[in-house]
Each structure stands twice: as C-alpha cells, then as structure tokens.
Ligand binder design. Structure first.
Ligand code: DGJ
Length: 729
C-alpha cells in the first residue's frame, strides 16, 4: 500500500485497499500521463497502455510533433490550446489574450497525513493512513506552476485529487477554467449513471449508455442544486449492484460544477469534474495561487454496491467531523409541516409536551420565529426573536422545552435577505445584484454577498447572539434560492468573476466559525430540501435535509439515489402527516417510519392533531429507532431491489461491519394481483456464519441466505412494508 516512485521508469504507483493507480512521466517532454486505475496489480511496467509508439494516423518520423499525439495521449491534467481537443481542465487568459498552457513534470513530493485544503472542505487522515503525492508541473512559457495533488488511504479505494495553480509569472493572469481532476481510460462499453431531479424530487438515478462527444451534468445555480448532482458514475454496461467495473466521481464542493464524460474518435473516455467555468474568471496576481476543490474518485470491481460502500466509509471516516459523527442523533420533531408560519410559544410547547410523552427527544423551531416573518415575503436578515410569537422570549421557550427532557433546535437561513427587511433597508448593497439592474426574486428573497467579510461577520454575530441566548443544541441551516444577477458592490470589476466561488468560501467560513465556536452543536444543512446535499456540506454538518418531499413512496427513489453516494447516517428523513403535503398520497404510518428509519429519523407533523391510531404507533417507532440506529448509521448498505426498476417493490439491507447483525427493509409499493411471496436473496452476510431470521423457523447459514434467499410474504394492500432482523447465532 502507499505511494511509490520508480525512478528509472519514472512511474508513480498509488496503491489503495484493493486498487492501483499508475502515472507516468513520459520521457523527452516529461508530460504526465495516466496509465491505469483499476483492480490492484503488483506490476507497474504497463506503460504500453500509453500507446506512445503508435501513431494514431498519418505516421511520421517524429510522432511527438503532431497534434494527433496531444489529442490522444491520456493526460493526467489536460490543458487548453495545445492540440488536445477533448474536454480540458485548465485555461488562462494572459494580458496578451492567450489561453494555452503546456504542462511538464518538474519534481514531486510524497508525504503522509492529510488535512482539508485551507478554507475548503476536504478529506483528512493521519500519517499512518493517508499518503499524498504532489506532482509539480510547469508551463515554461508563462511560468505557471501547477501541482497535481493525489491522496490515498490505507483503508479505502478512493483517490482524492485536487490542483493548486500558482502564478509564478511577472504579470497578472486570469484563470478561466480550473477543474479538479480528469481520468482518461479506454472505452469498455460504459453506461453513465447520474443523479437528476427537481425540488421535492431530488437525486433520481438516471442510467444511459455513453456515446461519442460530451455528456454529463452541471450546475450554474451557485449551489450544487436540486436538478443535477456533482456525481458521475461510469459502469460497464453489464455492471449491476454486485458485478462489474465501476468508476464514481464526486466533487467536494457546494457551488457551480461541471461533471462531464467525453468519448473521442479513438473510443477513449475522459471523465472531468470541477468548478464550472461559466461565470468563473479568477485573477491571479504574481505569486498568488488558486486551490481547486477536491474530487473523490472511487473504483469498484464489484459493481455499484461496492462503490457506494466505499464512498460511505470514506465520508464517515475521513470527511465528516461533527461530534455527532459516530453518535446517535436525537429524534427530533420539526414544526414546519405542522404549523408552517403559524405558531407561537403555546403551540410549540403543546407539540413538545405531547412529543416528549411519546419518546421524541428534540423540538426544532423552523422558519418564522424572527423579525416580522409571518410569510415568506419578508424579514430574512432580521435575526431577532419576534416576542409577539415567541412570548416570554427564546430562553423561556427553550427552558420549558428542556424541562420536558427535550433538546431544542432552531432554523436559520443565514445567506439570505428579504427586500422587505430592516437589514435590506439599511444595507441594500449587501445583496448580490448588478448595479442599475433590478435583481430577480426567488421565494421573494435575494442572496447576501458572502464574498464580503463584513456581511459574513454580521450574520455570524447575529447567529452567535441567538445561540448564546439559550440552550440551543441544533441548527437547521437553510438556503432557499439559487444565485442570479451576479454582481458584487464590493468586488472590483476585474474580480467580479470570482463572486460565485468567493460566495461559497464565505458560506464555508461561516459554517466553520459556527462549529468551532459551538463544537457540540448538531448542524443540519438544508437547501429548499436537498438542493445542497453534497460532500462539501458534509464537512461541516453530519446530516443534510434530503428533500422537502416527505412522502414515503417518493422518498424511496430520492433516498435510493442519495445513498448511491452518501451514508444513511447523513440523510435527513422524517415521518410526516397524510395526505402528504407535497403529493397528497396516503401511506400507512408504519411505512413512513420504515423509510425514515433509513436516514436520521424524526417527525415533521402536528403530533397534537394526527389521528390517535398514528400517535399510538410513535413509541414503538422510537423503540425501533433506538434498536436499529447504530446498525443503520455505521453498517454496510446493500441495495437489493429498486421499485424504480421493477415498479412493485423496494428492498435494501444494512449489515454490521462484523456481519453479526443485519436489517432488511422491504416496501411493497404496489400489490400485484394473484402473486406469490417473493424470494429475496440477502447480501453481505458471512457465508459460514449461522443466522436467525425474524419469522423463520430454521437457523440458516449466511451462504444459504445469500444463495437461496428468504420468502417475503405478500402484504395486503399498497404501500405496505416490513422490517426483518437477521441475527448471528
Ligand atoms: C425549506 C426547507 O426545506 C423546509 O424544511 C423549511 O425549513 C422551509 N424551507 C422553511 O422556509
């Protein structure tokens, strides 16, 4: 394991748990080429894969002089303008108006131990576990220095890449494109898997075969977005959950992104990912540098399932930092769907009183407690408690909730400003807008210019005052509109192209300050549901509200797509009332519980008003959460069936790391007339271990349970579900 440099051959070998990544410095020119990323191999001299001696067409004496070489060479980090006409990663704009860069290897460093890049979220690991390779390259003509950074972990199959770009020239230069990573590989009939959606319909899985040209996903919304997701997966066309070669790529960033796959004339495939170049123009003065966000790349030779488990483990072990990272989260009840803006102290205490008697552990007060906020028309930015609603003040409310034995949490939307707010009346120039142009509203609000330190300081000060005024143990950080009308009254004209990125850095800085100042705080990110469910946010908060759609059936698809990359411990999921407020569907209360159990688990309903029979089920659900949450939070996730594909049922399983315990969740979405019980083959068990399965008479080996399976009884009606516990004996 680790990173090795073979000096004579000029090959770098990076070995992860079950994978190998090989990089070559190609002789004369010292170009940095990608040889291989895949299953672990002992050898390193496989640089024939670079096909250096082949002339793709019109052979000449000196292949290297020809553009055909540049346009087919598997670059580690392709640059614009030199003759590689595929998707590139790096482009500049010099004073003279040129954009080309040709990178050649200069030197390298290998080190151990890793921290996140300064000011950005990123992976971390100690000296025993994490190894880092820095390949220092330069463009001789401009003096630009580009360091390609690779991190691997002993306990992971992920490679984490980023790039640091230094302007070592004597003049200032604009960076117009700076992606984080590229992987070039030969075509093997790949499918492209991406996650797409909309508000209340996030991260549905889409699979299509890769064709010639560019295909992929992107966001220019200033956030990762409901619609597309900073994730790409290339899977051999016959790969499934358990078989086949699969490459996944995920960007640790929460702003604009591009994630592209490009198949070229020689059938080679290039995956690229990073900050979207649209609206990005970053001025680098001599001596300044730009650090790109990190990309996580995972290879699995055992299908999509293993890729997902690698992402889950990496994020749980090397990205999430919260003091709640390895802890059970308090079961919360949030008043949003219970009351919307229409609440006061009495209403909240009535909910808390009933909830605490049922075993719920925390009350979260959502939007509407501050300024004159009684609808979404006004008051964002006025972070002072509205004592007409919160009678007796916040500390009284929190004390009363604490007296019931419950924790208290609060909602903020720190990045926003309502035109109808005291803050806007005082500081209209704090909103992102183009001077002289009325900015477009979304949800009646504008976005604060977080590239300005004074704005970030102001919001932090307001939040700190509220958080110190009472025993507040949880914050839901919301963000309810994309960025538009990009203009900052603070940045000079030559730096307006930095606003998108500086905005994201401002968000990160504020979250960092918050969790440093309140290390025990449980922070849950949110963005109109799940518009900013990305690994960047997970560096600050161990959980993210997954979607405003709390309907158990829609959630099956949303949570399946989310769990392809993110551990169940991060997926904010609540039981809500029916008919569901988003789709009007009526599902059994038990089923809503089973689905929310595959996430952080909580409630989002008026517990004083729901039907008595539903309320009476809550204590058993609370017990179920306490019984299974350790397993769900820390175990290995296996997808068994997808209702998205079969139209009838959904099924997943979580297995403890020691394989002594497992839990199967089965949701029968539609009942099929005149059908029999279904045989479900379990996954991930120890074949030699014997298990007791809920409801089964015989003790069976893991081998039998995985090869022969168990019978899932037919359930009467639609939207029914069951949980099956599997215990080693
Ligand atoms: C959007 C969130 O996703 C909801 O849960 C809720 O907090 C509202 N915003 C409040 O405005």
């Amino acid at each position: 394991m680790g990173i090795k440099y073979y000096e004579n051959e000029r090959i770098f070998k990076l070995d992860g748990k079950d994978t190998t990544y090989l990089i070559a410095v190609v002789d004369d020119e010292k170009f940095v080429g990608h040889i291989y990323y895949g299953s672990k191999i002992e050898d390193f001299q496989i640089d024939h894969l670079l096909r250096l001696k082949e002339a793709p067409f019109v052979p000449t004496e000196n292949n290297r002089d020809r553009l055909a070489f540049y346009d087919s060479f598997p670059w580690e980090y392709p640059t614009r303008g030199i003759g590689d006409f595929r998707e590139d990663c790096l482009a500049i704009e010099t004073k003279e108006g040129h954009w080309a860069l040709k990178l050649t290897y200069q030197s390298h460093k290998i080190s151990h131990g890793k921290q996140a890049p300064q000011g950005l979220p990123g992976v971390f690991g100690d000296e025993k576990n994490a190894s880092v390779l820095e390949l220092i390259c330069e463009d001789a003509q401009t003096g630009f220095e580009v360091t390609l950074i690779y991190t691997i972990f002993e306990d992971s199959d992920a490679i984490i890449r980023s790039t640091k770009i230094f302007n070592k020239a004597k003049e200032s230069v604009y960076l117009t494109k700076a992606l984080s990573a590229c992987i070039d590989m030969d075509n093997a009939e790949y499918d492209l898997i991406t996650l797409h959606g909309s508000w209340a319909r996030e991260r549905h899985i889409q699979r299509r075969s890769v064709g010639y040209g560019s295909q992929g996903v992107f966001s220019v919304r200033g956030e990762s977005g409901h619609q597309d997701h900073p994730f790409l997966c290339l899977a051999e066309s016959d790969a499934n959950q358990d078989h086949g070669a699969v490459y996944g790529m995920n960007l640790i960033y929460s702003g604009n992104f591009t994630a592209q796959v490009h198949q070229n004339q020689f059938e080679s495939i290039r995956m690229t990912m990073g900050i979207h170049p649209d609206g990005f123009r970053y001025l680098l003065e001599p001596g300044e540098f730009f650090q790109t966000p990190e990309v996580v790349i995972v290879y699995s030779d055992e299908g999509i399932g293993k890729m997902s488990r690698e992402f889950h483990d990496l994020y749980r072990n090397h990205l999430i930092r919260s003091s709640y990272k390895d802890k059970k989260r308090p079961i919360l009840i949030n008043n949003w769907e219970a009351t919307y803006f229409n609440f006061d102290t009495d209403k909240l205490l009535a909910i808390a009183k009933e909830a605490s008697s049922l075993g719920i552990e925390m009350l979260v007060m959502d939007d509407g407690w501050f300024g004159n906020r009684s609808s979404d028309n006004c008051a964002l930015g006025d972070w002072d408690v509205n004592e007409e609603k919160i009678k007796g003040g916040l500390s009284y409310l929190v004390e009363e909730v604490n007296k019931l034995g419950m924790k208290f949490g609060i909602w903020f939307e720190p990045e926003m400003i309502s035109p109808d707010s005291n803050l806007y009346r005082k500081h209209p120039d704090w909103a992102i807008a183009i001077p002289g142009k009325t900015p477009g509203l979304a949800r009646n609000q504008l976005v604060l210019d977080f590239s300005r330190k004074e704005v970030v300081d102001y919001v932090y000060g307001k939040m700190e005052t509220i958080l110190k005024s009472a025993n507040i143990e949880y914050v839901k950080w919301d963000m309810n509109r994309p960025l538009s009308d990009i203009g900052s009254a603070y940045l000079p004209s030559e730096r307006q192209g930095e606003l998108y990125h500086r905005y994201v850095l401002g968000v990160y800085e504020l979250q960092e300050r918050l969790i440093k100042q309140f290390p025990e705080l449980l922070l849950e990110n949110c963005s109109g549901g799940g518009a900013r469910f990305d690994p960047g946010m997970l560096y600050y908060s161990p959980q993210i509200w997954c979607s405003d759609d709390t309907d158990a059936i829609e959630r099956l698809s949303i949570q399946e797509g989310t769990a392809i990359v993110y551990p169940l411990s991060t997926i904010g999921a609540h039981v809500s009332d029916c008919p569901n407020h988003t789709v009007g569907r009526i599902t059994p209360f038990e089923t809503r519980g089973y689905v929310a159990l595959a996430g952080t688990f909580g409630y989002e309903l008026d517990v004083t008003k729901i039907p008595r029979e539903d309320r009476e089920l809550i204590p058993a659900q609370v017990e179920m959460y306490h019984k299974y949450n350790d397993l769900i939070r820390m175990g290995d996730y296996y997808r068994i069936a997808s209702y998205r594909e079969n139209h009838y049922f959904d099924c997943w399983q979580v297995v403890s790391k020691d394989k002594k315990e497992a839990l199967l969740t089965y949701i029968q979405v539609l009942n099929l007339a005149n059908s029999r019980s279904r045989i479900i083959k379990l996954k991930g068990l120890d074949p030699n271990q014997y298990y007791k399965v809920d409801g089964m008479e015989h003790i069976l080996s893991g081998n039998a349970l995985m090869c022969a399976g168990i019978c899932m009884d037919k359930l009467w009606g639609d939207f029914r579900g069951s949980l099956i516990s599997i215990q080693a004996v």
